[in-house]
Design a protein around this ligand. Structure first.
Ligand SMILES: Cc1cc2nc3c(=O)[nH]c(=O)nc-3n(C[C@H](O)[C@H](O)[C@H](O)COP(=O)(O)O)c2cc1C
Length: 206
């Protein structure tokens, strides 16, 4: 016995709903944290939304990387693994690969429906399915308004399976003053539900 334990691994799936900034903030916290392995999977539409909302352009025709839209590599303390959403050979496509939890931020209605139905038709949906079947933490940050009965029923079914449906709504009683305060609140809540203590100084805007 060496007493060493494997670094805890987390997956962040980013889909093409509006709200790329929530994924950016969550990942800024995670990648700067020592001792974690962070798997990042973006859908094709997520890349489009990142381009539009975060005003990032892929360099030399290659797709955007975490260092382009989250934080420069020099700031990474975690081990960051990026996977194409079509790559079913990625370790996180298998339930036997141990992860502590997964967040889908923001979560499109397409991803919500696919996860609810267990389709596993891209790596985000498949990794989420693995979390469900292995009873691991799964946090979805759905973004749509207004919601249809199908959206609500899908969310309810997932919530009954233990999934955290975390809508990106601010707590106004904390008096968020800036967009940063607002976004921090949501990222902090996602960390809480992944059982990861977030950046304490930012907690509740304190
Ligand atoms: C600017 C823009 C904003 C969008 N916002 C949302 C949204 O908030 N929620 C949503 O479910 N879909 C939204 N969509 C549509 C999704 O991108 C689309 O349904 C896509 O198929 C999602 O695929 P993905 O889950 O693989 O990313 C938006 C699309 C665009 C271009």
């Amino acid at each position: 016995m060496t007493g060493r334990t494997a670094a805890p691994e987390y997956i962040v799936g980013v889909t093409g709903a509006t709200g790329a900034i929530y994924a950016q903030r969550l990942l800024q916290w995670l990648v700067r944290r020592e001792g974690l392995v962070v798997h990042v999977v973006c859908s094709a539409m997520a890349f489009k939304i990142i381009e539009i909302e975060l005003r990032r352009k892929p360099r030399r025709g290659r797709r955007l990387r975490v260092e382009d839209w989250v934080a420069p590599r020099s700031e990474w303390r975690a081990a960051v693994r990026e996977w194409e959403d079509t790559n079913f050979m990625a370790p996180v496509a298998s339930g036997s690969h141990r992860v502590e939890g997964m967040a889908v931020v923001p979560c499109s209605m397409r991803a919500l429906a696919s996860i609810d139905m267990g389709l596993g038709d891209n790596l985000i949906h498949r990794a989420a399915d693995c979390c469900l079947k292995e009873h691991r933490r799964l946090v979805l940050v759905p973004r749509e308004s207004p919601l249809t009965p199908a959206h609500l029923e899908q969310m309810a079914r997932l919530a009954h399976q233990g999934v955290t449906i975390l809508t990106p709504d601010p707590a106004w009683y904390t008096h968020p003053r800036t967009l940063d305060d607002f976004v921090d609140q949501i990222a902090m809540k996602v960390c809480d539900h992944l059982d990861l203590p977030p950046d304490v100084e930012r907690r509740w805007g304190g």
